[in-house]
Design a protein around this ligand. Sequence first.
Ligand code: AMP
Length: 216
Amino acid sequence: MYLVLLGAPGAGKGTQASAIVAKWGWVHVASGDLLRNEVAKGTELGIKAKTYMEKGALVPDALVIEMILKRLVNPDTLKGVMLDGFPRTLTQAEALDKALTEQNKKIDWALYINVPAEILVTRISGRWICSQCQTPYHAVSAPPKTAGICDKCGGKLYQRSDDTEATVRERLKVYFAQTSPLLDYYRKKRNLIEVNGDQDIGKVTEDVIEELGKVQ
Ligand code: AMP
C-alpha cells in the first residue's frame, strides 16, 4: 500500500498519520521531518533546505525528490508507506509516479483532509510537537496532560520555528498555489479519498479509518 496524505499545513495530517500508522503498521515518511533532521545534522542538504524552510517556501523539487526516492528504497517500506508532505508540487507527483511505475508499484490512494482556509492559521499557531516521537498537540484543542510533556513517551514538546504567524501565512499561500492542484491530479486518476477535517479530532480519525478500511 502506498498512501499519500494531502491537506494544508494545520489540517491535522500529523495527528491522523499517527493514527493510521498505529492501525495498519505502515511506515510514516514525512518529508518535513526528514528535512528537519537533515537541518539538525547540518548536512549539505540540510544547509541548502534551511533557507527555504525558514521563509515558509518550498525546498527545490530536485532536492526533495532525491531525498524521498532514497528513503523509499529502505526495506521497511515493504510494510506499506504513508507519505506525508510529499508530493507537494505536480513535478514531485509525476517524479514519484514515474519512479514507482519503474518498480511495478503505484500510489494506491491519496487521502485529503479538508479544512477551511480561515481556521488553519489559528490551528497552527497553537501547535506543539513532541521532540522525540513527533506526536502533535494543540494548546487549546488537544493539550497534553502535563504542560510541555508528551503523553505518549514523556518527550519534551517544542514549537516549530516556522510556525510563526508570518511564516504560516506564507506556507498557506504556497500550499494553495502549488500543492492544492494535486487534488485534481489524484481526482482525475480516481484515487482521491476526501475526509472532513473540520470536526473533533477523534471523529476525523474515525472517518479516516472508516474510509481507508473500505479500500483495504
Ligand atoms: P512540513 O513539516 O510538511 O510542514 O514541512 C516543513 C517545510 O519543509 C515546508 O514549509 C517546506 O519548506 C519543506 N518541505 C517539506 N516537504 C516538502 C516538499 N515535498 N517539497 C518542498 N519542500 C518541502
